[in-house]
Design a binder for this molecule. Sequence first.
Ligand code: ATP
Length: 287
Amino acid sequence: MTIYNLGSINIDHVYRVPHLPAPGETLSALNYTQGLGGKGANQSVAAARAGAHCLHIGAVGPASDWVLIALERYGVDLSYVAQLEVATGHAIINVDPGAENAIVIYPGANRALSPAMAAAALAGAAAGDTLLLQNETTAQAEAAALAASKGLRVIYSAAPFDISAVRAVLPHVSLLVMNEIEAEQLRSELGRLPDCDCVITRGARGAEWISANLEPLFVPAFAVTPVDTTGAGDTFIGTLAAGLDRGLDRAAAMRRASAASAIQVTRPGAAPAIPLATEVDEFLQSH
Ligand code: ATP
């Protein structure tokens, strides 16, 4: 089976600065690193590292070959990643010595995806496949409607939270995944959680699966010492999608997702910190 992931691909530019710049100030950074980012890319990496065939539906701009090479090395299928004339989505991340940050994101090519591009990628999709999507691209509602009409499982990570995007996608969703802040935002907008199955992640306090038809399922987080929790949610979602895709029941898929994200938070970075399926197997055997 295939996981089609309609998702963002970003370049993260991280500058260590002596302090966050004030209006009008010009500042020399102390250090600069560049890396692969974007919720979509992270989730594709997590699904691929968990062993799924993950076909990413997305776009980058000119001079971004290293991004594609990186994604390919993680095992992501890039057959439907377009190269457009608009800049690759990127984030300018300033980090001060106290780890406080100030971030500017330019969505670029991520917001140039058309429903036709998504439809072309989904042309070969069939019941049993999965569509995964977040809120950092365009064409989500159209892709979700098409996928649902073909009988795909539609897993929606409603982040960054945007109520109008959520309202448009929700009618087509099989499983909605949110962290607890997003779940609260949705509850306050709708007055309740939606009728579809929902997974709510609660950081070191674990994750729960809430369903109108099934018993509530709580999966604790594993006790680890985190060094960087960036991308924990994306690791959880990509691993969960991969587990369900290969036919695991929801308890087993949630446990693997919890293990993968526990390993991921013990390592620095987002995508490079995501473990392989074999590492998750070993972790589960020893826990
Ligand atoms: P982020 O925005 O940092 O990517 P998120 O807010 O989307 O994350 P969280 O709820 O923080 O998502 O984390 C997702 C899952 O990752 C949790 O349900 C848990 O299984 C695991 N996790 C996160 N933080 C920890 C931690 N400190 N220790 C163990 N597991 C963790």
